[in-house]
Design a protein around this ligand. Structure first.
Ligand SMILES: C[S@@+](CC[C@H](N)C(=O)[O-])C[C@H]1O[C@@H](n2cnc3c(N)ncnc32)[C@H](O)[C@@H]1O
Length: 291
């Protein structure tokens, strides 16, 4: 329903066939990593792409969180006791499909909280969450949801996602191949300094090395290594990262943190229901907790 609300615009209704064709062409380029920034300026292609893959992406992310939340440590990280809703950033977040998947999970679990009469800690956290979620609070506070991406063309779809959620989403540039200190990552640096509870890296990191899939044999680090390490250094304990990507990306991310920042992470791959995964040809995702 969220995805339908996101895609259902005059542009989409008027040009369904064209959007579908251009979206399929963009998807084909993405599969071989041959897309360029100018491909991400064609609004028809972006809409068609989201209509084709957005629901599945959001569903898979929602499912991954649902499964992972059964792990007590992850479940605790997803239920802040401080009475605020999680502050979430999606990097290479494009049209915000993965963010919508997270938001669906969050809303479902919040509904569960309310149905169960709180989380058993005396009711206070639930009251705090309900208050933080109130429309008035959302309208006046800075966004707690962020999408960072190098392609400005996603802006209108991110706004549609915000409208569907009835909650603001900050949208700003970022460059996965540059360090956090680089000017291109100024907005991300500011959000990270203000505090993030959850960082989503969903099918974005592999694009930074699209010309050397699975990384060549040179042993050079992936191009996103500096950014991940600096974000990790800036993250407070109990910050959760989800790297959901091609298998080699997830393996490299885990190995990088273990070798460069030993003793600072716990990690999990939490299998989802077998049918879900094989039907979707999708990774379960690597959950990394900053300890
Ligand atoms: C396959 S899409 C995934 C989008 C989003 N994470 C999701 O799941 O809905 C990959 C995204 O990475 C972005 N991207 C690719 N290379 C990037 C780079 N070097 N820096 C920042 N963003 C990048 C693209 O613009 C695109 O939005």
């Amino acid at each position: 329903m969220l995805m339908r609300a996101m895609c259902d615009t005059p542009l989409y209704r008027r040009s369904r066939k064209l959007n579908g064709e251009r979206g399929a062409a963009l998807l084909a380029k993405m599969r071989t990593g041959s897309q360029t920034l100018s491909d991400l300026e064609d609004e028809h292609a972006l809409w068609g792409y989201v209509n084709a893959v957005g629901s599945k992406r959001a569903f898979n992310v929602c499912e991954a969180f649902q499964a992972a939340s059964q792990v007590p440590t992850i479940g605790a990280a997803l239920r802040p006791e401080r009475g605020h809703l999680l502050r979430v950033a999606s990097l290479g977040g494009g049209p915000a499909c993965c963010l919508l998947g997270w938001a669906a999970f969050e809303r479902l679990s919040r509904g569960g909280d309310e149905a169960c009469g709180g989380d058993g800690d005396g009711g206070e956290p639930s009251e705090g969450l309900a208050e933080a979620a109130s429309t008035a609070a959302l309208a006046t506070s800075p966004p707690r949801l962020h999408v960072f991406d190098y392609a400005p063309g996603w802006a209108s779809l991110v706004q549609r996602a915000a409208d569907a959620l009835a909650e603001p989403i900050g949208f700003a540039g970022c460059e996965l191949t540059q360090a956090l200190s680089h000017p291109a990552n100024a907005a991300l640096r500011a959000a990270s300094a203000a505090g993030l509870d959850l960082v989503l890296l969903v099918y974005a990191l592999h694009e930074a090395d699209h010309d050397r899939p699975a990384i060549d044999a040179s042993g050079r680090p992936p191009r996103w290594a500096a950014l991940l390490l600096e974000l990790w250094d800036a993250a407070a304990p109990a910050t959760l990262f989800l790297v959901k990507d091609q298998a080699w990306v997830e393996q490299l991310a885990k190995a990088l943190l273990e070798s460069e920042r030993p003793g600072t992470s716990e990690s999990w791959v939490v299998p989802r229901a077998a049918g879900t995964r094989s039907a979707a040809h999708d990774s379960d995702g690597l959950f990394l907790l900053r300890t």
